[in-house]
Design a protein around this ligand. Structure first.
Ligand code: PNS
Length: 162
């Protein structure tokens, strides 16, 4: 049973994250999508909200689970019985940060290998940061996130909670 751990902020989950997760689910027996509990000052969605939304959009994939983790990613592998970390690489611009993180994680835990999956080029320009910025300024994000997420963002906006 081979498990891969896909960590991230997922605030919010985008079509690009989904694409990476589903591709990995075809290769690994189990994919654990893990929301990092960190101290981001102004998240759009709380950790429980992000987990609920991830569960909603991934409900049709029996070998994909949603979880959260505290502290260092390098220490979380064991907790989920995972053999490696999964990260998406959209473009060369992602590479430097990801390369640094992968090597640092391996320095912290020599068993912490990172595997990269390239999402479809359709999503190469999609990021949670831009989704948040577009939503904050009243734009339509429905082409970049699953319908459940677009609905949740609209609801936050209507409630004045963005
Ligand atoms: O979706 P993101 O924001 O690009 O994900 C970044 C994430 C959560 C994977 C990274 O910040 C992380 O691993 N955080 C946990 C704390 C940690 O281990 N930091 C050191 C990384 S070398």
């Amino acid at each position: 049973m081979r498990t891969i751990l896909y960590p991230g902020s997922f605030d919010p989950v985008t079509n690009g994250h989904l694409d990476v997760t589903i591709r990995a689910s075809h290769i690994f027996d189990r994919v654990v999508v893990a929301v990092a509990v960190n101290s981001e000052k102004k998240p759009m969605f709380s950790i429980p909200e992000r987990m609920e939304l991830l569960r909603k959009v991934l409900k049709n994939y029996p070998n994909i689970e949603v979880a959260s983790f505290h502290g260092l990613l390098a220490n979380a592998l064991k907790e989920f019985d995972a053999c490696a970390v999964l990260r998406g690489l959209r473009a060369v611009s992602d590479f430097e940060y990801e390369f640094q993180m992968a090597l640092m994680n391996r320095q912290l835990n020599e068993e912490c290998e990172t595997l990269f999956v390239m999402p479809s080029p359709d999503y190469s320009f999609v990021s949670s940061r831009l989704i948040k910025e577009i939503a904050l300024n009243g734009g339509d994000v429905s082409a970049f996130v699953p319908p459940d997420i677009a609905r949740a963002i609209r609801k936050k906006a209507e409630e004045g909670n963005l």
